[in-house]
Write a protein that binds this ligand. Structure first.
Ligand SMILES: [Mg+2]
Length: 127
């Protein structure tokens, strides 16, 4: 039995609601939402759901999150939207930004194995 269970704050792109609030479409808006989650709920881990925008824009968002939250664990999950080539390129560009792990960067075990072989030192998890 545990008295506490760690949760991750989810960062994701989304449309505005009916009152035209809450849209998240770039690094600045992701950062604002992250600050809100951390301040309101005390999250020590953030999970950046991506695979939506061009990968270079999402790299910029991750770097901005890392700079804004240097002590938090930050993981990334593009929902298997990337090719092996893209996943390897992104992993190499983010190798100095302390990614906790990449979740499902590509689809399928063979592709995951190819990415893993080309990016030693990265941590990968498929759920
Ligand atoms: Mg996932």
């Amino acid at each position: 039995m545990r008295n506490e269970i760690p949760f991750a704050g989810y960062l994701f792109y989304r449309y505005a609601n009916e009152e035209k609030h809450g849209e998240i479409r770039n690094a600045e808006e992701n950062g604002g939402f992250a600050r809100e989650l951390v301040q309101k709920h005390g999250f020590e881990t953030l999970k950046y759901k991506n695979g939506v925008l061009p990968p270079d824009e999402e790299i910029e968002t991750f770097v901005a999150l890392r700079k804004a939250f240097p002590k938090l664990k930050i993981r990334i999950d593009p929902n298997a939207a990337w090719t092996v080539t893209t996943a390897v390129r992104v992993a190499k560009k983010l190798q100095d930004y302390d990614v906790e792990y990449f979740e499902d960067p590509v689809w399928g075990m063979r592709s995951m194995a190819r990415v893993n072989a080309k990016t030693p030192g990265c941590c990968w998890l498929q759920i």
